[in-house]
Design a protein around this ligand. Structure first.
Ligand code: CA
Ligand code: CA
Length: 455
């Protein structure tokens, strides 16, 4: 028995020594790396420092130099341009970060942080889940319907409204679920990038997950949907809600979340730039991004800079404040514990939380006197995905945020000369003040569409 115990102790002890040795080695490596960081504004997570999927910000005018990449010793690396300065570098070989960070051409390095859907809905009824699976299979092959021929030419006001674009950065949108943006500079299905924007045949948005011109809202396999619910059309629902409030505007679907509701910072950056560069005035981003942890010195600077790009171009970014970050019934004040992008200080971000049917804060909803702008209903009986052939009740801050995006689009398309800062100010000023939101949001009120439209 004693021998058995000793033997067990040895087996326990050996791995401990090994772990300690490896840990020491890791700490030493990280220590060297941390020293380099101080001199180069390196933004990296200690947990993911060994990541071979990195976002690198190059000094201006470095990007065109292909020899620079070869010079780094990244011959087997995949390099993808994200914007004017940021690139994504994926490598199967270990990257010598200490060498990279010393290069004068490199301004920043960070991991390609994950993003994920805030609220992934579950459908309890197996019959409805089966219907969803059938719909998902159809959605996979669907192409957008051709633009409808109108019997009479639209008047000037109507044309202006139809030119107003809201980009839905989400799980995709099922074709036909909402009026869809059309890229008139691109010829479909000729395998050419006619408008030279970097995307081939992108006539109605882009799927950044699968790299195809069909940003359709997909679900998991039929089995997964039946067993687990899968993605029950989050992006389609968001587009549907926006179009219900603003039926004349156009939805630009950009799929950056997979059917599991997961994505990455690199695609968020590309999608934000795509939306801004193709004329979207409002972007919805109802997901959360990893990487911001100031206590650990981590920053998702790449995402922040793309949101600043949108701000500089006068584009609003509607974000869901999220919920249940620390569990139901707990303190959901996100001022001291913000999550992102809703919690960023950018002036163009509108952070929305959810109310229940009785105009109380929904029990799951986050709030924040400085970080949450306003509230809207997150428990709508009217909200349903009727394209599925049955009614669904949904809840969450995504629903609230989608309604704010729709109302803002309706108002802004009526007042196209107003700047984004004015639109946001009018939105917040026109809210219906509620005691439950006093001290828990910037405006202290809930979305009031009628009041906003008469502002
Ligand atoms: Ca193109
Ligand atoms: Ca083409």
């Amino acid at each position: 028995m004693r021998a058995l115990f000793s033997s067990a102790l040895i087996w326990l002890f050996c791995p401990c020594v090994l772990v300690a040795l490896l840990g020491g080695l890791l700490v030493s490596l990280l220590g060297n790396f941390a020293e380099a960081r101080h001199s180069k504004h390196l933004h990296s997570s200690r947990k993911t420092i060994s990541s071979s999927d990195l976002l690198i910000k190059l000094a201006p005018h470095t990007l065109e130099s292909a020899s620079f990449i070869a010079d780094l010793g990244l011959r087997t690396a995949q390099v993808q341009k994200l914007d004017a300065q940021w690139i994504r570098v994926r490598s199967k070989q270990a990257l010598d970060l200490n060498a990279l960070v010393l290069r004068p051409e490199i301004e920043e390095i960070q991991p390609n942080y994950k993003i994920k859907l805030l609220e992934n809905y579950q459908i309890e009824d197996p019959l409805r889940r089966a219907a969803l699976a059938r719909w998902s299979r159809r959605s996979r092959e669907m192409t957008p319907p051709p633009a409808l021929e109108k019997t009479s030419p639209p008047d000037v006001t109507q044309q202006k409204k139809e030119a107003f674009v809201v980009a839905v950065l989400d799980t995709g949108v099922t074709p036909g679920a909402s009026p869809t943006w059309h890229n008139s500079r691109e010829i479909p299905e000729n395998q050419r990038d006619d408008d030279q924007n970097g995307y081939v045949d992108d006539i109605s948005g882009w799927d950044f997950v699968a790299e195809t011109p069909r940003p359709n809202d997909l679900s998991l396999s039929a089995t997964d949907v039946l067993l687990y619910g899968g993605n029950p059309g989050h992006g389609t629902l968001v587009a549907h809600l926006i179009a219900r409030l603003a039926p004349d505007i156009k939805i630009l679907p950009l799929r950056l979340l997979s059917e599991k509701g997961e994505g990455q910072t690199a695609d968020a950056i590309r999608a934000i730039h795509y939306a801004v560069d193709n004329g979207a005035k409002i972007i919805t981003g109802l997901w959360m991004a990893e990487g911001e942890d100031l206590s650990d010195g981590n920053e998702n600077k790449a995402l922040r800079e793309s949101l600043q790009y949108a701000a500089d171009q006068g584009v609003l970014f509607v974000a869901a404040a999220g919920g249940s970050q620390r569990g139901l019934g707990s303190n959901n004040d996100q001022d001291p514990h913000p999550f992102y992008p809703a919690g960023y200080p950018h002036e163009n971000i509108i952070s929305v939380t959810a109310l229940d049917e009785t105009d109380n804060l929904a029990p799951f909803a986050n709030w924040g006197a400085q970080s949450v702008d306003l509230a809207a209903s997150g428990f709508s009986q009217e909200v349903m995905l009727d394209i599925l052939g049955f009614k669904l009740n949904w809840e969450g801050t995504s629903i609230a945020a989608a309604q704010v995006a729709g109302a803002t689009a309706l108002y802004w398309s009526d007042h196209p000369r107003l700047r984004s800062t004015e639109i946001k100010a009018h939105l917040l000023s026109s809210t219906q003040k509620l005691n439950v939101l006093a001290g828990k949001s910037v405006s202290g009120g809930k979305l009031d569409v009628k009041s906003l439209l008469s502002f």
